[in-house]
Design a protein around this ligand. Structure first.
Ligand code: CA
Length: 647
């Protein structure tokens, strides 16, 4: 090659991409019109060439067309193919690098198993009443999160779903009615983008995975659709689900897993942009903050842009109301701030929360990651509280150790920290809080209150593991006591689906690929444990009537009793009416606790395994109440009355 030609190529491949940086968008990777389809790889790669292949099928067969893409004047690989390509499939491949074909980074539709992008007209994927779907009002209502997996929720044959394990199960009457009856206001669905670990061509065989192995971030998962071969189906069915939930007054929160991919070798990121999207350790090997073999590099312009566009795409195309960031502590804080700001421009009530930790050490400075301890610097971004969770049930590190529920002293301050929603509060001795020695939330809206989620044992299993020989009646009492702490916290309450039906995972801690027999939610329990369901329902209804204050008001109006016996946590909450204060008493001891006070009228909402938003009883001139063993009591007292606890 002549030197002058060499220089020209060098300019094309290295200088141009830098100039073109700011105008690149991922979401326009494939732009369809009936006249022509344009394919563009933004953030030009250093490839020797990019080959576009067009196929008739989503898998197998030979390409019907092969195009060598050209670098356009902005330095991007681009090509326009004339004609109506709707219904065809495509792949990109780097020339000469043997990295294989890719569906691209921002495929909006794919064939079976997500190996090829699909050319669809997105407008045609909208259900009939989609344009009328407007969740803006819904997003302002109190948030009560229900974390669920499609298959767990609807696979029980007893429940007789028409679409077991599918997106469409969630729009069936028994799903909608159950969720409305329970009273939750948001479903947080486990990974619902296209993931790799379930083979979509073998759906007649039982397969299960939580789905934390992303393949195509911007397409719904095929195994949850009724036809993974037909690209429009999964998209339309996902939207039908969203629409039905919105109609029922329920928000939809997506679990997003940008922190890692299924693997590096076969990821779309690496097939087209090798080395660009992942963090490496100093020795050049992949860093593994996810515990899944790799971690992405959100601080890099390409990954940051990708995440920002992807989140906005889910809101705009699918009307998603919130995002739960898996291992959010792997992402840099600046990216999370930018995502918050992007979503504020669409709707500030779109909720963002995440796991404020990583699974291993990250190749990035800890103080610049979106870790729980840094959430105070990220207004509008929330994190899960392991303080409250483990204070109640026992430490993450050992399933057989108990906490407050098991009657083990020393967990009270961790739970109190959870009750105020992770903010600074004068009644809490932070030195005695289990994991955090400093308050980390600026506002209780930044604090997710929970006792169990899909990870780890579910609540009943943890109670069985940590309290040997526990009887069923005791297990139920403690289960209800635990959720009373969650739902009286000023933070945002969150439950794992099926806890209201006393589900068990047969003691399996990490059930990410366990069979249905482990993960299934048993619907027969709705009748068998009707009192449990009624308590959850009553507690949620009560929660909706309780004030959730800002940080300053919590410090003024929420006061813990300091004269309580060991194993009891109690506080008063001044109600907005100011005439009465709410009393909450959590009694984890095996004794009845008698609480005395100067004569007062009382109205009881929670007592001895019953909970309701309408009073269980009203009594005048009462001087004491008895809180049953291992139970919670919630009632109102006349203003200014102090409770006295028997020692
Ligand atoms: Ca898939």
């Amino acid at each position: 090659m002549k030197p002058i030609k060499k220089l020209f190529l060098y300019v094309l491949l290295t200088i141009y991409p830098v100039i073109a940086f700011s105008s690149n968008t991922w979401k326009d990777e494939m732009v369809y019109t009936p006249q022509a389809t344009t394919f563009t790889l933004p953030f030009a790669t250093n490839a020797k060439g990019i080959i576009l292949r067009l196929y008739k099928e989503g898998q197998g067969g030979q390409p019907v067309k092969k195009v060598h893409m050209k670098i356009n004047r902005d330095g991007l690989w681009q090509t326009t193919v004339k004609g109506d390509l709707k219904g065809m499939f495509y792949t990109f491949e780097r020339k000469g690098d043997n990295l294989g074909e890719s569906a691209g980074l921002f495929a909006k539709a794919v064939g079976v198993n997500g190996n090829r992008g699909a050319i669809v007209d997105m407008k045609e994927t909208n259900p009939t009443d989609w344009d009328s779907d407007d969740p803006t009002t819904l997003r302002k209502k109190p948030l009560i999160i229900y974390e669920m997996h499609f298959r767990d929720f609807s696979i029980d044959p007893e429940a007789n779903f028409q679409y077991p394990g599918k997106f469409l199960a969630l729009q069936e009457p028994q799903a909608i009615n159950h969720l409305k009856e329970l009273g939750i206001t948001a479903v947080h669905i486990l990974p619902s983008f296209d993931y790799a670990s379930v083979d979509e061509t073998r759906l007649d065989e039982p397969q299960y995975n939580w789905g934390y192995d992303p393949k195509n971030y911007n397409v719904p998962e095929g195994s949850y659709s009724t036809n993974p071969y037909h690209p429009e189906t999964r998209i339309r069915e996902f939207k039908q689900m969203v629409k039905a939930l919105h109609n029922a007054g329920i928000r939809v929160i997506l679990d997003v897993v940008y922190n890692h991919t299924y693997d590096i070798r076969n990821s779309n990121f690496n097939k087209l942009y090798p080395g660009v999207f992942y963090r490496n350790k100093e020795d050049g090997t992949p860093s593994d903050g996810s515990g899944c073999g790799n971690e992405t590099a959100s601080e890099r312009a390409e990954m940051r842009r990708f995440m920002r566009e992807s989140v906005q795409y889910w809101v705009n195309e699918y009307h998603i109301d919130g995002f739960r960031f898996d291992l959010m502590g792997i992402h840099d804080s600046e990216t999370m701030r930018l995502i918050r700001s992007d979503l504020n421009a669409i709707d500030p009530n779109i909720y963002i929360y995440g796991e404020g930790w990583s699974a291993g050490s990250c190749a990035y400075p800890q103080d610049q990651l979106a870790m729980k301890a840094n959430v105070g610097k990220l207004p509008g971004v929330a994190a899960f509280s392991d303080e409250l969770r483990d204070g109640l049930r026992g430490p993450f590190s050992d399933d057989h150790k108990g906490g407050f529920l098991a009657g083990i002293p020393g967990n009270e301050e961790s739970i109190k920290f959870g009750i105020v929603g992770g903010i600074a509060h004068p009644d809490i001795d932070m030195a005695k809080v289990n994991y955090s020695k400093m308050p980390w939330a600026l506002s209780p809206q930044q604090f997710i209150s929970y006792v169990s989620c899909h990870d780890d044992m579910c609540l009943t299993d943890r109670l069985r593991a940590s309290i040997p020989g526990i009887r069923e009646d005791e297990l139920i009492r403690l289960d209800l006591l635990a959720q009373t702490a969650v739902f009286t916290s000023q933070g945002v309450p969150f439950i794992l689906a099926g806890e209201e039906l006393l589900r068990t995972k047969q003691g399996v801690h990490n059930s990410y690929k366990s069979p249905d027999s482990i993960n299934v939610i048993p619907w027969v329990n709705k009748k068998r444990y009707a009192a449990v369901f009624d308590y959850y329902k009553g507690l949620i209804a009560l929660r909706k009537t309780l004030p959730v204050y800002d940080a300053e008001t919590i410090r003024e109006r929420l006061k813990f009793d300091n004269n309580v016996p060991t194993g009891v946590i109690a506080w008063s909450l001044q109600l907005p009416s100011k005439e009465q204060s709410l009393r909450v008493i959590l009694n984890a001891t095996k004794q009845t606790q008698t609480v005395t006070f100067p004569s007062s009228d009382i109205t009881v909402y929670v007592e001895n395994g019953k909970a309701s938003d309408v009073p269980l009883r009203n009594d005048r001139n009462v001087k004491s109440v008895n809180v049953a063993p291992q139970s919670a009591m919630i009632f109102t007292l006349n203003k200014g009355i102090k409770a006295i606890y028997a020692k």
